[in-house]
Design a protein around this ligand. Structure first.
Ligand code: GLN
Length: 398
């Protein structure tokens, strides 16, 4: 019998494909976003300890109380906001589950959801499975700034939700306080919710600060803000995230969460709560490490012919290969993978209709050796390419 697909246009994600092919080709993997260095061993010790102490059965559906308390304290430290750990915080299976559960809770058949391209790839399938439709508002390279008039024009009677992401993966830009003010004004008096994907909250560079929807009361009251310990503790395999939302929204989100993932590994939650108590500044500590890695990558590719607009936030950096080639980014990523043996992520796949651009995303949460090797391969490929371009006219008979 034939199988009807509810997601006919969805295939394997670009991240998985690139990581698989990088492994096959023994390429340097600067594609999928995950650190290749060790995590703080204290986290492992605390998980071990929690298991030994018997934290091995179901945690409460909303999350272990001590972790929700620790999250509330962390939000207070980061954004000066008071959040009720009992009624406003839900521990989820990574940020992806938080987003998925929030979308299922908020979106019904026929609803429209505004997403900003380049949009992270999990948003649209979540909306489709809820029976909604995404309306894509593109952010234009090279600056990827919001055009709030364009957003206003995209609002209809059916608009139910907006999904924003800052720092923005894959564009590496950050939302500004002015943007949040414009958004608050736009949504005033309208029945529209907001999901704010803020998983890279601690990775904002060059003296910027992260602007959270939680610190704008008018936005907070309509928002589900989503965070990730996988990012903050540099361990994407933990799969522990959380959603922060006002009481009524949290109630609806938990209705989905309890039948989606129900609860998250108990020992992990206990361990993370204890780790946050021991290292309350762990998020802030990321900045020096990752800022230095970003600068190392930019430095290593200076003068290579690839241009690197400094990432404002996230652990990704864009490279623009426009001076070397005008082939589509998927093709250039393929060239880099097979010829330079470096895996990257093309940007156009995150657009419904991609504007002309020659941008790839690199992950710099990597050991210095990985970054240096990746950069050396990219540099030498760029040189070959330039030689090729420079040599081309002499080979053309006049
Ligand atoms: N968040 C990761 C990235 O942007 C991808 C995670 C995944 O593979 N789904 O690279």
């Amino acid at each position: 019998m034939s199988v009807r697909s509810k997601l006919p246009r969805v295939g394997t994600t670009i991240f998985t494909i690139m990581s698989q092919r990088a492994a096959e080709l023994q390429a340097v993997n600067l594609g999928q976003g995950f650190p290749d260095y060790d995590i703080d061993p204290r986290i492992g010790d605390l998980v071990h300890e929690a298991m030994r102490q018997g934290y091995n059965q179901y945690a409460p559906m909303s999350g272990m109380p001590q972790l929700r308390e620790a999250i509330a304290a962390k939000l207070d430290r980061s954004y000066g906001v008071r959040v009720d750990p009992e009624l406003e915080i839900t521990v989820t299976l990574g940020a992806t589950e938080a987003i998925f559960s929030a979308v299922q809770a908020l979106v019904a058949v026929g609803d429209e959801v505004i997403v900003f391209d380049p949009a992270y790839d999990s948003y649209e399938p979540a909306v489709q499975l809820a029976g909604g439709a995404c309306v894509h508002v593109p952010l234009q390279p090279p600056h990827f700034r919001y055009d709030w008039e364009r957003v206003q024009a995209a609002l209809t009677e059916r608009t139910r939700l907006l999904i924003i992401n800052s720092p923005l993966n894959p564009a590496c830009t950050c939302i500004t306080a002015q943007d949040l003010a414009a958004l608050a004004q736009l949504l005033r008096g309208r029945d529209i919710h907001l999901i704010a994907d803020e998983v890279y909250e601690h990775m904002v560079f060059d003296g910027r600060r992260h602007h959270s929807v939680l610190s704008v009361p008018e936005l907070r009251e309509r928002s589900v803000a989503v965070y990730s310990f996988g990012k903050t503790l540099q361990s994407t395999g933990l799969r522990v995230g959380y959603a922060v939302a006002p009481r009524a929204l949290t109630t609806e989100l938990r209705k989905v969460h309890q039948f989606n993932t129900f609860t998250i590994a108990t020992a992990l939650q206990v361990a993370i709560a204890r780790y946050l108590e021991e290292r309350p500044d762990c998020g802030a500590g990321l900045l020096a490490l990752l800022g230095a890695k970003r600068d190392r990558l930019i430095g290593a590719l200076a003068g290579s012919g690839l241009s690197l607009p400094r990432a404002e936030g996230s652990f990704f950096q864009l490279i623009d290969y426009g001076a070397l080639s005008d082939v589509p980014d998927t093709q250039f990523a393929e060239e880099l993978l097979t010829r330079a043996r470096v895996a990257t992520i093309p940007l156009s796949v995150f657009y419904q209709q991609a504007p002309p651009m020659t941008l790839l995303r690199l992950c710099f949460a990597k050991r210095d050796e990985t970054l240096d090797e990746g950069a050396a391969r990219l540099r030498s490929y760029a040189q070959q390419r330039q030689g090729h371009t420079a040599a081309a006219p002499s080979r053309t008979p006049s």
